[in-house]
Ligand binder design. Structure first.
Ligand SMILES: CC(C)(COP(=O)(O)OP(=O)(O)OC[C@H]1O[C@@H](n2cnc3c(N)ncnc32)[C@H](O)[C@@H]1OP(=O)(O)O)[C@@H](O)C(=O)NCCC(=O)NCCS
Length: 157
């Protein structure tokens, strides 16, 4: 298994994995995660993934096993409010490993490679959102040194 930067030709597979990530979250909070039809979501995601490949301050990493992409991570630099001493942070917007390759250290390898990309971009703080009900996700990040910062509270009206 190896980790490499994604290319345009990987986008179809990345889209499939992205949908696997989205589908895995619906049961955590159905009203919160209720989505537009799959085709529409995939169109939006395609624009987003394509632009992440082009921008110098974002990247997509893929995990490849026997010529098959089994997981990917999308990272990007974003601005923090200018009151902070460090006004830039790295955000991990997507991380997914396809179901039959989970629990073998693939996500850990993708994260390690992402940290190295962020370091090259002179980033000192990395953040991401994780659903509190996402046990594998929570365990993965806690084990890689992420600490809780905010709790997003939501209410349906
Ligand atoms: C979360 C996810 C990316 C983990 O990928 P993975 O390749 O299986 O993770 P790894 O094998 O690198 O394991 C990382 C850690 O998580 C733990 N873990 C993995 N799957 C687990 C599970 N089902 N339950 C509990 N812990 C789990 C591992 O034991 C490991 O812990 P350790 O560091 O103490 O050994 C994967 O489950 C996934 O794609 N889930 C669906 C999408 C998702 O939730 N993405 C994260 C969004 S924030």
């Amino acid at each position: 298994m190896r980790i490499r930067k994604a290319k345009r030709g990987d986008l179809d597979r990345i889209q499939e994995l992205w949908w696997e990530l989205i589908a895995s979250h619906i049961g955590f909070d159905p009203p919160f995660y209720a989505k537009k039809p799959e085709k529409e979501c995939l169109k939006t995601a395609r624009r987003w993934h394509t632009s992440a490949l082009k921008k110098p301050d974002s990247f997509i990493l893929v995990a490849e096993d026997r010529h098959q992409i089994i997981g990917y991570l999308l990272g990007a630099v974003c601005k923090r409010p200018p009151i902070y001493l460090d006004a830039r942070q790295g955000m991990i917007y997507s991380l997914v490993v396809t179901e039959d390759h989970r629990n073998r250290g693939v996500a850990k390898k993708l994260l390690k490679a992402a940290f190295s990309e962020f370091r090259k971009l002179k980033i000192k703080l990395v953040a991401l959102n994780v659903d509190p009900k996402n046990r594998p996700g929570r365990k993965l990040y806690a084990g890689r040194g992420f600490r809780d910062r905010h709790v997003l509270v939501v209410k349906n009206l």
